[in-house]
Design a protein around this ligand. Structure first.
Ligand SMILES: CC(=O)SCCNC(=O)CCNC(=O)[C@H](O)C(C)(C)COP(=O)(O)OP(=O)(O)OC[C@H]1O[C@@H](n2cnc3c(N)ncnc32)[C@H](O)[C@@H]1OP(=O)(O)O
Ligand SMILES: N[C@@H](CCO)C(=O)O
Length: 337
């Protein structure tokens, strides 16, 4: 297969190749990054799963020679919550940051979250990880995390689900389908339009009002419009439109209960010690969805609530609160601290 899009900016990606037919593909590659060392018992592995436009670069700033900070920098490094663990973060199948995606195969098959997890199971086998000490994920990463815990219950010891759902809701599918239409109508400018729609849903009404109000800039644009233009341009520089569509449609397919007798029956399969958290100002993945997860997973604590003005994106921004949850999951509750 060979080649990948957007290079390897930090020189720390590795690749796993599966050279046999898989989910309509002739084979696939997953790019992934690791931190720390797998212990002799293979009992200290943690899987970190990124959200829609994230990638394998969870952290980097702490390592000499790899200065680009990652999207959960505060979790990895000396004295940080995942210190001492062997952390693995793959770029999702269908993504554009090193893994096989539509940028590589124009006739890319429709993938589900379940397919993406099945690819990650093969990666775990390749790495010699029979059972993850923890699987952590937010948003689309949380969809994969709960799918891991439902589909592979004996391979997930503990689980952190952030700002995510057991199944994509009608509103999430509706918003996502508008974004897909924008890209299909204009593959060049559509990605930016999709990001604008999505980014509004990632932040809270209260935050947008407080930050931008009705103010206009000198160029005549509303400040909030300019802010969204900025995020649209930034994503268009770093992401592939066809990948965005493939991943969005995979998220729309997400339903842990499909073929398993419904969501409640599926969640009962989870054996992992679980923390589920939502964000009080998240309008895209409202707390009711995390309540369903917390109530349905046998080993889950009561729902935790991250307080933040930032809406859905708080799972990326509120690193102190997220870090405390990770510490509690992997150290305090497992008795290793
Ligand atoms: C290093 C990487 O590339 S990471 C790649 C992987 N990324 C991910 O996994 C997560 C995806 N990232 C995100 O979703 C977002 O970037 C977040 C959630 C991390 C951003 O959250 P925040 O830190 O709150 O950023 P916020 O939404 O306030 O945006 C700040 C940006 O808007 C710009 N901005 C603010 N107001 C305006 C305005 N009125 N007009 C234009 N631009 C504006 C700022 O200058 C800043 O620009 P910069 O990001 O280029 O420095
Ligand atoms: N800001 C996040 C939101 C999706 O959860 C992203 O771009 O991946």
């Amino acid at each position: 297969m060979g080649g990948w899009r957007f290079g390897d900016p930090d020189g720390r990606r590795k690749w796993f190749t599966h050279a046999a037919p898989f989910a309509g593909l002739p084979g696939f590659q997953l790019a992934y990054e690791t931190w720390g060392t797998l212990n002799a018992e293979a009992s200290n592995a943690v899987l970190v799963l990124h959200a829609l436009t994230g990638d394998s670069h969870v952290a980097g700033g702490v390592e000499p020679g790899h200065p680009t900070p990652g999207w959960w920098e505060a979790l990895i490094g000396a004295g940080r919550p995942l210190d001492g663990f062997f952390v693995v973060a793959p770029n999702v199948l269908g993504g554009c940051q090193g893994s096989t995606g539509p940028w590589q195969y124009p006739e890319f098959p429709a993938l589900t979250i379940r397919d993406q997890v099945a690819a990650e199971v093969l990666l775990a086998d390749h790495l010699g990880v029979g059972r993850w000490a923890a699987v952590l994920g937010g948003s689309m990463g949380g969809m994969r995390a709960v799918e891991w815990a439902v589909g592979q219950p004996d391979r997930v010891e503990s689980l952190l689900l952030l700002a995510t759902a057991a199944a994509a809701s009608a509103e999430q599918i509706g918003l996502a389908s508008a974004q897909v239409h924008a890209i299909n109508a204009d593959p060049v400018r559509g990605l930016g339009i999709a990001r604008r729609i999505a980014h509004i849903s990632y932040r809270s009404e209260r935050e947008l009002q407080a930050r931008f109000g009705r103010r206009r800039q000198e160029d005549g644009r509303f400040e909030v419009e300019s802010y969204l233009d900025h995020h649209a341009e930034k994503l268009a520089r770093r992401f592939d439109a066809a990948s965005y569509v493939a991943l969005t449609e995979a998220m729309n397919s997400h339903d842990v209960g499909r073929g398993r007798g419904g969501v409640a029956a599926a969640l009962r399969r989870v054996e992992a010690r679980t923390i589920v958290a939502g964000v009080d100002s998240d309008r895209l993945y409202p707390l009711v969805q995390q309540r369903e997860l917390a109530a349905g997973i046998p080993g889950a604590d009561d729902l935790r609530v991250i307080t933040s003005p930032h809406g859905h994106d708080a799972f990326l921004i509120e690193s102190e609160q997220v870090g405390a949850l990770v510490t509690e999951l992997v150290r305090v509750r497992s008795g290793t601290r």
